[in-house]
Design a protein around this ligand. Structure first.
Ligand code: ADP
Ligand code: 3PG
Ligand code: MG
Length: 391
């Protein structure tokens, strides 16, 4: 990477770092259910602390409109305290001038600012707000890969006022994704699933130039099947994206790359208690909906995985929240962990499917980025990376 990182900084002792992280984690009953994003931020925090540096941490959680207690970072502060084994002080009203004193007094410890999106200045990338944040520290560290596609005060604005470098997680994400995208061991196979068709379809279009095969599952595959003119009953289809899907097909044929769709699917009769059943992709009855890829498709996709040199996967293969429709996603996941390929898995919902520790050990890189990972795959950089100091 051509950007400076915390490892390039000398004489850290006694200085204060403002570190933006992506602690946007899933909560259940006020507790962190999946703290992957917190755990992955620890190397940077510990690196700074162990070199005598003080840290002020900032992050968003969800998309609150103003101050909203259900989006408080309290559960994050609790998780951090137990992981770092040092008290983490959560500061509420840090926009207030008096908060600067409070932060200063806590300079010997670790300060976590309350959800940065409680303040409109964050999303407006407001310069006064950015300057206020910069007054809390001597330098800025961006470790929030998952939020680096956002041009906000804590990712971009603050860099106007402080020397700014990448954290160790951001650096790792960039290196791993660049390795896969710029110099992939072939065959390079990409799996895209999930439901966010508009943002994913442009990534597919772009990656056709790089990948040998792009295999689709989830609701996005439905939109591509609809582009062939098949009736898909009540399945989730993004009809506004059907024309774009045709363009992507056309591009795939023109450059001789393979765009692979499910050959069979799991369907359920609309609203009924009917059990899921297998259907060919072109025989979905009017009243039924596709909720997963079928067994023949799983076989084809697993064969692709077995032979792959590099694999990137984003987006579940089906409606995985329902146990009847989790099989496609689980089978692909299991095969990725067995494959010899260099593998990267990322995406908000995709990470929720990694429910065994084993999975983390056997995947080359679990990315903390959702949309950020996709945008990086498309553009090769992100706004929050571009503004950091060059090496
Ligand atoms: P990620 O967060 O990993 O990028 P997305 O947000 O794009 O993934 O998509 C995840 C959502 O897609 C899940 O809620 C899942 O239930 C839904 N989904 C996947 N396949 C289908 C399908 N066939 N029908 C309805 N919903 C689906
Ligand atoms: C994510 O979960 O993808 C990141 O934390 C970014 O969240 P956002 O889409 O609300 O900006
Ligand atoms: Mg999602």
């Amino acid at each position: 990477m051509n950007k400076k990182t915390v490892s390039d900084l000398t004489s850290l002792r006694g200085r204060t770092a403002f570190v933006t992280c992506d602690f946007n984690i899933s909560l259940k009953n006020g507790k962190a259910v999946n703290n992957t994003r917190i755990v992955k931020a620890l190397p940077t925090i510990n690196y700074l602390l162990s070199r005598g540096c003080r840290v002020v941490l900032a992050s968003h959680l969800g998309r609150p409109q103003g101050v909203d207690p259900q989006y408080s970072l309290k559960p994050v502060a609790a998780a951090l305290t137990s992981l770092i084994k040092k008290p983490v002080r959560l500061i509420n009203n840090f926009w207030d001038k008096s908060a600067l004193r409070e932060i200063d007094e806590n300079r010997s410890g670790i300060t976590l600012l309350e959800n940065i999106r409680f303040f409109p200045g964050e999303r407006e990338n407001d310069q006064d707000f950015s300057r206020h944040l910069s007054q809390m520290a001597d330098f800025f560290v961006n470790d929030a890969f998952g939020a680096s596609h956002r041009v906000y005060a804590s990712t971009v604005g603050i860099t106007n006022y402080l020397p700014s470098v990448a954290g160790l997680l951001l650096d790792l994400e960039i290196r791993m994704l660049s390795k896969a995208l710029n110099n992939p061991e072939k065959p390079f196979v990409i799996f895209i699933g999930g439901a966010k068709t508009p943002e994913k379809i442009s990534v597919i279009e772009k990656l056709l130039d790089k990948a040998d095969t792009i295999a689709l599952g989830g609701a996005i595959a439905n939109t591509f099947l609809a582009a062939w003119g098949f009736g898909l009953g009540q399945s989730m289809v993004d009809y506004e994206m059907v024309e774009m899907a045709r363009v992507v097909f056309w591009k795939a044929t023109r450059i001789h790359s393979a765009l692979v769709l499910p050959v069979d699917v799991m369907i359920q009769a609309n609203g009924g208690k009917a059990l899921p059943r297998v259907s060919d992709y072109d025989k979905v009855p009017n009243g039924s909906a596709i909720y997963d890829i079928g067994p023949a498709t799983v076989n084809i996709y697993c064969k692709l995985l077995k032979g792959a040199g590099t694999v990137i996967w984003n987006g579940p293969m089906g409606f995985y929240e329902n146990k009847h429709y989790k099989k496609g996603t689980d089978s692909i996941l299991k095969e990725i962990t067995r494959a010899r390929a260099f593998s990267i898995v990322g995406g908000g919902d995709t990470l929720s499917c990694l429910d065994k520790k084993d999975y983390f050990d056997k995947i080359s890189h679990v990315s903390t980025g959702g949309s950020a990972m996709l945008e990086f795959m498309k553009e090769g950089t992100l706004p929050g990376i571009e503004v950091l100091l060059d090496k």
